[in-house]
Ligand binder design. Structure first.
Ligand code: UDP
Length: 496
């Protein structure tokens, strides 16, 4: 709110640049866009946030918050044509898809929002100045063209991973790679990096992806710039290269999650938590500062049941406190049975298990947390960076392997658990590739008092401080938000 007060009398506020935000309906993409909406509104812009009934109910806490605080955010709730595109009624988010083979149908249903959205925007005053669209919504380019306004893309990531995939696309690097163990180099990438094909970003294996990817890349190429949930002090080298290689202007406006500083907004992110938040805080309060490892793999990762059990045994063997978020649920009843068979009882004095949705930032930013075992989704990664804690990296698929390299090799704030294969999204797997010993070793390495761990802790803390400074008044991201609003406002005035 301080930002909105500071800007109430500024020329920015009086012109009210109007942003239309179109998030991808997936937790990892929608949650940061709610933060973006809030930040833009707090800095004096008008925001329209596109959503659908099921997604609106998931972000109810955020909607209530904006109403209570009078933020200038409107929600455009459009019917989501799930059934029309062969999806079950109410299947309005990527994490609700029963099979990854349905991803194409899901994307087609999203694309069908184009005409209703255009019609809705024609009635809006002030008319839109700019669309910020998830990169996967290639069809929003048509909407922007209709209104003669810029379309900026948001990909939900930092600069590091997208730089890799732009180089892959530019040089067609993967086309002739047959050997799955071949290490690929990335010409023009500013620091040494090698990955096998299956660990490269952009190679998610879903039906119809190649065709979609072409639309997405074409749309991205024509965009007027990129809004990034990162900050200059974290990875300016890679952001600079990204700008150079893509020829796109980048506005780094993150870490956007930092706009959530009070209890209510922290617990209102994403789904409703499956555990009482106060109880969770009480448990954390009872633990020594910096002693607990938080273990969570985001909203989409599908860890095999046997692998989950092995992970649990590793946590137990480490003898260190932990909070473990498990999303096995009905899908993997064997995990529940195993937990009930004695595990929960054996670790009850030092392990908190959360089944389903956890209030992640509330937990991560608690002083008891000293380490984060993460799947390296970008939101989780940057939330961990903000918490100023080191990480154990356990990537599953897509750009997560590249984020792991950023954390381990560049920031030097994490250790690898040592993942062998790729756990594709929605692909049922049964093999165990990370042993309990590997888990125990990684936890010990990160949480012990040794020099290496201390060094990592110090570096992580420093990045946490830099992250906060970036979004504080006068910081790099704070200033970029103002510049973004100004530039889009000026363009709209010049053309209107
Ligand atoms: N999240 C959460 N509780 C959970 C799981 C995830 O609050 O139980 C949030 C997490 O804080 C992050 C987002 O959901 O903001 C997940 O995004 P990320 O990019 O880390 O991973 P994805 O789910 O897209 O793989």
């Amino acid at each position: 709110a301080s930002a909105s007060q500071a800007l109430t009398d500024s020329p920015i506020a009086s012109k009210r640049t109007h942003f239309v935000l179109v998030p991808l309906m997936a937790q990892g993409h929608t949650i940061p866009m709610t933060d973006m909406a809030r930040l833009l509104a707090e800095h004096g812009a008008q925001v329209s946030f596109v959503t659908t009934p099921v997604n609106a109910s998931r972000i109810e806490g955020f909607i209530n918050y904006t109403e209570a605080t009078g933020l200038t955010i409107q929600f455009i709730k459009l019917h989501f044509p799930a059934v029309e595109f062969g999806l079950p009624d109410g299947c309005e988010s990527a994490d609700m898809l029963q099979s990854r083979d349905l991803f194409k149908n899901f994307m087609m249903a999203c694309a069908a929002l184009r005409d209703p959205l255009t019609a809705h925007l024609h009635q809006q005053r002030p008319s839109p100045s700019c669309i910020i669209s998830d990169m996967l919504h290639w069809w929003t380019a048509d909407v922007a063209r209709e209104f003669g306004i810029p379309r900026l893309t948001f990909n939900g990531f930092c600069g590091f991973a997208p730089l890799v995939w732009h180089i892959i696309a530019r040089d067609n690097l993967l086309e002739h790679v047959e050997d799955e163990n071949e290490l690929i180099n990335f010409p023009g990438f500013p620091t040494p990096l090698q990955l096998t094909k299956e660990r490269c970003p952009g190679s998610i294996s879903v039906y119809g992806w190649d065709e979609m990817r072409k639309n997405i890349y074409d749309g991205d190429r024509k965009s007027a710039g990129v809004v990034m949930n990162s900050f200059q002090e974290l990875e300016s080298l890679y952001i600079g290269s990204f700008e150079q290689i893509t020829g796109k202007k980048v506005w780094t406006v993150g870490p956007m999650c930092l706009c959530n500083q009070d209890f209510n907004t922290m617990v209102a992110r994403g789904n409703k938590a499956s555990m009482d938040e106060t109880q969770c805080l009480q448990w954390l309060d009872s633990m020594k500062p910096g002693s607990v490892t938080f273990v969570s793999f985001g909203s989409l990762a599908c860890t095999a049941p046997q692998q989950l059990i092995e992970l649990g045994l590793g946590l137990e063997a480490s003898r260190k406190p932990f909070v473990w978020v498990i999303k096995a649920g009905d899908k993997f009843p064997q995990v529940e049975e195993w937990l009930a068979e004695g595990f929960e009882e054996r670790v009850k004095d030092r392990g908190l298990i959360i089944r389903g949705w956890a209030p992640q930032v509330l937990i991560l930013w608690h002083k008891a947390i000293g380490g984060f075992m993460t799947h390296c989704g970008w939101n989780s990664t940057i939330e961990g960076i903000c918490a100023g804690i080191p990480m154990i990296t356990w990537p599953h698929f897509a750009e997560q392997f590249v984020n792991e390299r950023l954390v381990v090799d560049v920031l030097k704030t994490g250790v690898e658990v040592g993942v062998k294969g790729v756990t594709q999204w929605g692909h049922k797997q049964n093999e165990v590739t990370v042993t309990r010993d590997a888990v125990e070793t990684a936890v010990s390495k990160l949480m012990d008092e040794g020099e290496a761990a201390q060094e990592m802790r110090t570096r992580a803390k420093e990045f946490g401080v830099k992250a906060r400074k970036a979004l504080d008044e006068g910081g790099s991201s704070y200033n970029n938000i103002n510049l973004l609003i100004q530039e889009m406002g000026n363009r709209a005035n010049a053309s209107g």
